[in-house]
Design a protein around this ligand. Structure first.
Ligand code: URA
Length: 261
């Protein structure tokens, strides 16, 4: 494991415990100042909380439908990757289309063996049309690098909702439901060997389990027959640095699960 990556993730000491890094040859450089966390999901993913609310003061129910019952878009079952991308670009199935700059389809193509699922685009993603390009994205890229995965080629990235919820709030159940068919078709086309749900919104959407994220970690679920594991959302980790060690354990667990799949 590349020590530079582990240092960037601030996981070097934990990785050493697991024997996954070179032994220290000199004193560690002082840890870099933590990046200012962009507002991000769930101030505490262990408890229901508003996403990117910038405050932990007013917890709100974290409700994301897992088994949506809305009618899927017509013709979706025969859409290939590019047709799906075009349909998502033009989607007007929920109110999120009204304030978006653009829908964010995802990164990577349908041949990636890993699929990472986040919550929904933030301001940077809305601007650039790419998932996870802000500070949380930088951390996700570090996590992917720690797994030796190239963004896009080996790791496809998608979100529960394709359009930015105003104010970066948690997507409403009807928004997640309206978007569900898009994500489901992405999963169907990618047929990844492993899905990694990033954070509570993705975990609830893909498992239906309304439990704390802490209690959902460390287990293998199945989504439509595909193994799925759950870890913290990178934006949550930017605000809760001690939980990075747990995220590291989750990545190791994901890697073992992938190897066994
Ligand atoms: N957070 C997410 O859940 N998804 C993104 O694409 C960016 C931030």
């Amino acid at each position: 494991m590349d020590d530079r990556i582990l240092r960037e993730l601030e996981l070097l000491p934990v990785a050493r415990l697991y024997g996954l890094s070179s032994p220290p040859v000199r004193a560690e450089a002082a840890p870099s100042t933590p990046e200012p966390a962009r507002p991000g999901p769930a101030a505490a993913e262990t408890a229901p909380a508003p996403r990117r609310a910038g405050t932990q003061a007013s917890p709100a129910p974290h409700r994301v439908v897992a088994s949506p019952s809305v009618e899927p878009p017509s013709g979706i079952a025969s859409m290939d990757w590019e047709a799906l991308r075009a349909a998502v670009r033009d989607c007007r199935r929920c109110v999120l289309c009204e304030q978006r700059k653009q829908a964010v389809f995802g990164a990577g193509g349908p041949t990636a063996p890993w699929l990472f699922v986040g919550e929904g685009p933030g301001a940077d993603e809305d601007e650039q049309g790419e998932p996870f390009v802000g500070q949380a994205g930088k951390l996700l890229d570090g996590m992917l690098a720690a797994l030796k995965l190239a963004r896009g080629r080996e790791a496809c990235i998608a979100n529960v909702v394709k359009c930015r919820p105003p104010g970066n709030r948690v997507p409403a159940p009807e928004e997640a439901a309206a978007c569900a068919a898009w994500l489901d078709r992405q999963i169907e086309l990618v047929q990844p060997k492993l899905i990694v749900a990033l954070g509570k919104t993705a975990a609830i959407r893909l498992t239906g389990a309304e439990a704390s994220l802490a209690s959902l970690r460390g287990k293998v679920y199945a989504y439509r027959g595909i193994p799925l594991v759950i870890t913290y959302h990178p934006a949550y980790l930017l605000r809760n640095l001690p939980d990075k060690a747990k995220a590291w354990e989750d990545l190791l667990f994901a890697r073992r699960t992938f190897a066994a799949a």
